[in-house]
Design a protein around this ligand. Structure first.
Ligand code: PAP
Length: 304
């Protein structure tokens, strides 16, 4: 492992708690701790055809997708007053692929698992098992703000510096646009096994998108459930307004042990579309528009 890291390109960033070194592994940047987990997962994770992987780049709607998928899959077991989502951070409701290497003991039939690993670096068994993948993504400008403001919230490093690094591709599992592209290309090749969801679409039309999600992961809503308003109840349970006010999800109660930073903006900040307008200068807006055009114009993927 140490030998591998000696050969990787690296870049040091300013971080709320000091400096943080990122390494570039298989075309994507992250910190050593996370990349070690990726490498170990590549060596030993055994996917099952029944697994459903919730995949995302950080700050694109992961927490929300995890809560929704968990509520969908466990709706026969729990109702809105007994669900673990009331007392457990959504991230702790389902396993993370990189942290679930030994599956011998895991006899559960619970299908959900999450990961930030880019498509092209997923363990080979994920692809050969043909298990289902749900990918969520979000507009680039709001992701920059969500990620960089979380990172900078309690320090005085300028936003401009963080912005430039993100645009150079140096962000968690970045370049972000390459992360999306990997899953997008795969979703074209394997539409039956990869569902591509957009954070903004989920916000604009939660009912259809939650139904789509439930159907795709094999837990469709029955007509009786639909008539009884089960879809709306799940949407309400997992809404930002509801989850962010729960004691367990408040900043001071976050289990910081596994996360790089802990501060009040980390998982639940504003959840507002277009918040980038409060941080970007005209030059920044233009730079991102040009960058995305340059990176994606030949691919067919359109990110508004
Ligand atoms: P993570 O990668 O650290 O888990 P992730 O959940 O992907 O973060 O994204 C966090 C963003 O989702 C935050 O956006 P913001 O910074 O623009 O506010 C967070 O507020 C938002 N978010 C968290 N939970 C929800 C939810 N239930 N509904 C909508 N947005 C949410």
């Amino acid at each position: 492992m140490e030998e591998t890291f000696k050969t990787l390109p690296k870049h040091t960033l300013n971080w709320s708690k000091g400096k943080l070194t990122f390494y570039k592994y298989e075309g994507f940047w992250s910190i050593k701790k996370y990349l070690e987990e990726v490498i170990l997962a590549q060596q030993s994770f055994k996917a099952r055809p029944t697994d459903v992987l919730l995949c995302s780049c950080p700050k694109t709607g992961t927490t929300w997708l995890k809560a929704l998928a968990f509520a969908i899959v466990t709706r026969d077991k729990f109702n809105e007053s007994t669900t673990p989502l009331l007392t457990t951070l959504p991230h702790d409701c389902l396993p993370i692929l990189e942290k679930t290497l030994d599956r011998i003991e895991d006899n559960s039939c619970f299908p959900l698992m999450s990961t930030h690993i880019p498509y092209t670096s997923l363990p080979e068994s994920v692809l050969s098992s043909n298990c289902k993948i749900v990918y969520i993504y979000r507009n680039v400008k709001d992701v920059i703000v969500s990620q960089e403001i979380s990172k900078l919230a309690i320090e005085d490093a300028p936003f401009e510096e963080a912005f430039d690094e993100f645009c150079q591709g140096v962000s968690f599992y970045g370049p972000y646009w390459d992360h999306i592209l990997g899953y997008w290309k795969a979703s074209l090749e394997r539409p039956d096994t990869i569902l591509f969801l957009k954070y903004e679409d989920l916000k604009m039309d939660p009912v259809s998108n939650v139904k789509r999600l439930a159907e795709f992961i094999g837990y469709p809503f029955s007509i009786q459930e639909t008539n009884a308003g089960v879809v709306e109840k799940i949407i309400q349970l997992c809404s930002f307004e509801n989850l962010s006010k729960l004691e367990v999800n408040k900043s001071e109660n976050l289990p910081a042990k596994d996360f790089v930073v802990e501060n009040q903006f980390f998982f639940f900040r504003k959840a507002k579309d277009g918040d980038w307008e409060n941080y970007f200068t005209d030059d920044m807006k233009e730079k991102v528009d040009k960058l995305i055009d340059q990176e994606l114009s030949s691919t067919g993927l359109v990110l508004k």
